[in-house]
Design a binder for this molecule. Structure first.
Ligand code: FVH
Length: 293
């Protein structure tokens, strides 16, 4: 080992699927681990593996300088931690509960009021991935606390620190999740269109993979255009694409497939055209998306 933080006690509050995976990983890496969960029986398997079950949240907090919390949501988190706020004073709280960026910032303010060194985190992985380098955890908040405990936090997976804003990890987490779900949605609607034409769903697969790979190569340029404010047409003007979207909407409606997503894209494109940007490329739509709010 040789790491100065190995063997330092860590407390884990919340033993759902994720909190259990976090505690198991700490135990497997020789940290003494104290655990607490609202339903105490969820600690049984961890106790067999060497964890100490705390009888109260206060006892759990008192056991370690580093307290990691991972419960259902921020309301549950506050209900657990409010009564022990003063016991947390001077300790490090790493909160891995998922919520909104605003909830993370307001939790950080609460922690500052109580003299707690606070790091908010977002886990972009599922419980079986915890402990593998492919799992990515995003952190923000107290740099001092993150630096002090980074070798322990890196046991869960790769760690990226975003700086002092405790809301940023959840901003990026939600950005990535939104991207994933809209890709799911696009794929599933494509399957619906193909199967409505009497074809097997799998007939789409040889085409969809190459198509998605090509789409992927265009995206970094959209971000560069957004940062520079220039949105050149690279052969697919918005005026042309708006017409294409109309065909997409009509074809989906005719096939009995929901057309909300292409109708939304069409409306963004039509607005860009109406505002004089019909000759620009796709990335110009960011201006319209921001304006819509
Ligand atoms: N599991 C996943 O795939 C995702 C991956 C990305 C990050 N999320 C977030 O992690 C938080 C915890 O998720 P989880 O998977 O551990 O969730 P559950 O297995 O449902 O366990 C929930 C725990 O929260 C406790 N809890 C709920 N309400 C309260 C409350 N009012 N007071 C105290 N504790 C509460 C619950 O306790 P119990 O029901 O066992 O007594 C569990 O410990 C979450 O933010 C995900 O979005 C996971």
């Amino acid at each position: 080992h040789g790491d100065p933080m190995t063997n330092n006690p860590v407390t884990v509050i919340g033993l759902g699927a994720m909190g259990t995976a976090l505690a198991e990983t700490l135990l497997a890496n020789d940290h003494p681990v104290t655990v607490w969960n609202r339903s105490p029986e969820k600690a049984d398997a961890l106790v067999e593996k060497g964890a100490t079950r705390a009888d109260s949240v206060a006892a759990a907090v008192a056991a370690s300088e580093l307290v990691i919390a991972c419960v259902l949501d921020y309301a549950a988190l506050r209900s657990v931690l409010d009564p022990v706020a003063e016991k947390l004073r001077g300790r490090v709280l790493v909160n891995l509960t998922t919520g909104t960026p605003e909830q993370a910032r307001s939790m950080a303010s609460w922690a500052t009021e109580h003299g707690i060194d606070y790091v908010d985190g977002a886990i972009t992985a599922i419980p079986p991935m915890i402990g593998l380098p492919e799992s990515l955890l995003l952190y923000g908040g107290s740099e001092r606390a993150f630096d002090q405990w980074s070798s322990t936090l890196e046991l869960f997976g790769s760690a990226k620190f975003f700086g002092a804003d405790p809301g940023l990890p959840l901003v990026y987490d939600l950005a990535l999740l939104g991207l994933m779900y809209e890709v799911f949605s696009g794929y599933l609607h494509a399957v619906a269109l193909v199967t409505a034409a009497g074809q097997d769903a799998v007939s789409l697969n040889p085409l969809a993979g190459g198509w998605l790979n090509a789409v992927l190569t265009w995206l970094p340029e959209f971000a560069e255009n957004t940062d520079s404010g220039h949105h050149p047409d690279t052969g697919s003007s918005l005026a042309m694409q708006a017409r294409g979207m109309r065909h997409m909407v009509e074809a989906r409606v005719a096939a009995g497939v929901n057309a909300d997503a292409p109708a939304y894209m069409e409306s963004l494109m039509e607005q860009a055209v109406a505002e004089g940007h019909g000759a620009d490329g796709t990335s110009r739509l960011i201006d319209i998306i921001r304006k819509r709010g």
